[in-house]
Design a protein around this ligand. Structure first.
Ligand code: HEM
Length: 267
């Protein structure tokens, strides 16, 4: 009971939860970044669509998704609680009381960078996840739907029979059935198509690049304070962890930002 009340009520416990959920979210970024690297393959999206098909259909990933969302929600709720507590405890902001202090603007404004990353996430989830699940799709030749791993978005029926259902990915048998019924096109959608269309818009690509810069600063400070809160203060390891955190905070946003830039330039 006392451990639980320390975790949930005291600022050190709350910081611990922020640090742990933050580090957990970074492990998601590792997976997300490595999977999204398929976007750089010049195969018209086959590898990327195969990867996103796995991510959106595998039952274990669906469970992991709920854990991921829980991680985000806990991280955000505790960020709000801690920011409010800090404001109450220190009504005069650092900027005035300690103008030449060692803290940077970004370390003092984790709430600002975090909120922008949150807005980015909302837009990002709508653009990819939302459109993919509810966006409708476009008429696409049956062979392309199978070859480029598109997801069918509308049922296809003939003579009262359902030939394929919304949500299906076509295999050879389904393609043969459709062709035997003279169905040449079906409504379908792919994550690669969504990516190409979205990042073909310079404003969306620019928004992504700006969001990645802020994500970098958010990660950099988050890393340093997570390790500090978790008690990893060591003469030998702390400088290494600081460098590792900085390397990840630069490298990850850089590679993520390269994705919209690459797709914009290769339209
Ligand atoms: C800029 C390059 C990015 C691209 C091209 C991209 C692409 C995608 C795609 C295709 C999906 C749906 C399929 C999947 O789950 O893998 C997705 C989901 C998601 N993305 Fe991204 N993403 C990018 C950056 C980011 C960043 C920087 C974050 C976090 C700060 C992020 C957070 C998420 C989350 C939380 C989901 C939902 C995960 C799920 O439902 O399993 N993405 N993204």
């Amino acid at each position: 009971m006392s451990i639980l009340s320390t975790l949930f009520k005291h600022s050190i416990g709350q910081k611990l939860i922020m640090g742990l959920t933050g580090l957990f979210l970074v492990t998601f970024l590792v997976v997300h970044l490595s999977g999204n690297l398929q976007l750089f393959m010049s195969d018209n999206g086959v590898a990327f669509n195969t990867y996103t098909k796995f991510m959106t259909t595998n039952p274990l990933i669906r469970v992991a998704e709920w854990i991921l969302f829980a991680g985000f929600i806990v991280h955000i709720i505790y960020a709000i609680i801690l920011t409010r507590q800090n404001r109450k405890a220190r009504p005069v902001r650092y900027a005035y009381s300690n103008p030449k202090g060692s803290s940077t603007w970004f370390s003092r404004n984790m709430g600002v960078t975090g909120s922008i990353v949150f807005i980015f996430l909302a837009v990002h989830l709508y653009m990819f996840w939302g459109i993919f699940h509810w966006g409708g799709g476009e008429m696409t030749p049956v062979n392309d739907v199978q070859k480029y791993v598109y997801k069918v978005t509308d049922d296809v029926t003939a003579g009262g029979n359902t030939l394929v259902s919304a949500g299906d990915y076509l295999d050879e048998k389904m393609v043969a059935t459709l062709q035997s019924q003279n169905v040449a096109q079906v409504k379908a959608i792919s994550m690669y198509d969504i990516s190409k269309k979205s990042f073909g818009n310079p404003l969306i690509s620019l928004f992504y690049v700006i969001a990645m810069v802020l994500l970098g600063f958010h990660l950099n400070h988050g890393f340093q304070s997570a390790f500090r809160t978790l008690g990893f203060v060591h003469e030998k390891y702390t400088p290494f962890l600081t460098k590792l955190g900085t390397a990840i905070s630069v490298l990850f946003p850089l590679v993520f930002a390269a994705m919209p830039i690459y797709l914009y330039l290769t339209q």
